[in-house]
Design a protein around this ligand. Structure first.
Ligand SMILES: [Fe+2]
Ligand SMILES: [Fe+2]
Length: 285
């Protein structure tokens, strides 16, 4: 039997990533799976360094780190850099011990069928675009004075691929609509009802509807997501008289979060194989 440490958003927080690897070792998990906003910012030197540091620690601890994409991950660059040679389960190999689950990926771990659907809408999109424009103005002024060290800043803070499109979601479900046991996403499904939710602008709803469509099609017994930076448990209908248990996980300590935040609200242990709602022991947090 194996165990996976499921974790909420990291936002490139190295010390939290290393702390989670220590938790994984303590909990006898040989895998960590981060539910988006991992901190995939390899267009920056800091971002590449973060990958290197996390990979080194993961190798040392014999833990493999997996992630799906959040709205704050530069997914297009992951496909560009690592898309050509996925591993034999379909994950993109970013480092030896860091692997990315592209949207719609399905895989089986110890008899348990998984699917990953990343992406979400950024509620701070306007702020990010304004910041990019400000930096671009500065860079342009420097370029006029002959400096070539200031590259374009578009798509460095806000990424156009941040949420699934309807066409993308429909195509992924049309390609394979068979059920899974565990669904992993970044965004919440429309029907779950957390007590604390900052991601409630009308612009957030279309992607939540897409995730709900994924739930209603794949009918998982369990789904886990991040993005809200809030730990909660819920159960929602997924059609055909079936229910899906929803576990929302908290984020790293530096992220915005409710006042009762504890670092243990950012992870839980999923024991495999996942046998379903009768087995509470399969989830420990
Ligand atoms: Fe986040
Ligand atoms: Fe997010």
């Amino acid at each position: 039997m194996g165990s996976v440490l499921m974790a909420g958003d990291l936002h490139g927080n190295t010390s939290h990533a290393l702390a989670l690897l220590r938790v994984a070792v303590r909990q006898q998990c040989d895998r960590v799976f981060v539910l988006g906003d991992f901190g995939a910012w390899e267009h920056t030197a800091e971002g590449r360094h973060y990958f290197d540091v996390v990979d080194r620690s993961a190798r040392k601890n014999r833990v493999r780190v997996y992630f799906l994409d959040g709205n704050h991950d530069k997914t297009s660059l992951l496909h560009q850099l690592y898309g050509a040679e996925p591993d034999n389960e379909g994950f993109l190999v970013c480092r030896k011990n860091i692997r990315y689950a592209p949207r719609g990926l399905r895989w089986i771990w110890e008899g348990t069928r998984f699917a990953a659907f990343g992406g979400a809408y950024s509620v701070d999109k306007a702020w990010r675009l304004a910041k990019e424009a400000q930096r671009e103005q500065k860079a342009e002024r420097r370029r006029q004075f002959g400096s070539s060290r200031h590259p374009a800043t578009a798509e460095t803070l806000w990424f156009p691929e941040e949420e699934m499109t309807d066409a993308e979601c429909d195509a992924l479900l049309a390609a394979d609509d068979t059920p899974v046991d565990v669904l992993l996403t970044h965004d919440k499904p429309r029907d779950s009802d957390p007590a604390w939710n900052r991601k409630n602008l009308p612009e957030c709803v279309p992607n939540q509807d897409r995730i709900q469509r994924v739930v209603n099609t794949l009918r998982p017994r369990l789904m886990l997501h991040g993005h809200l930076h809030y730990r909660y448990t819920d159960a929602i209908d997924c059609g055909g008289g079936q229910r899906t248990r929803v576990e929302g996980l908290g984020a790293d300590p530096e992220a915005s979060h409710p006042s009762d935040y504890r670092s243990s609200s950012s992870w839980l242990v999923l024991n495999l194989p996942y046998a379903g709602e009768s087995a509470e022991r399969e989830l420990a947090g």
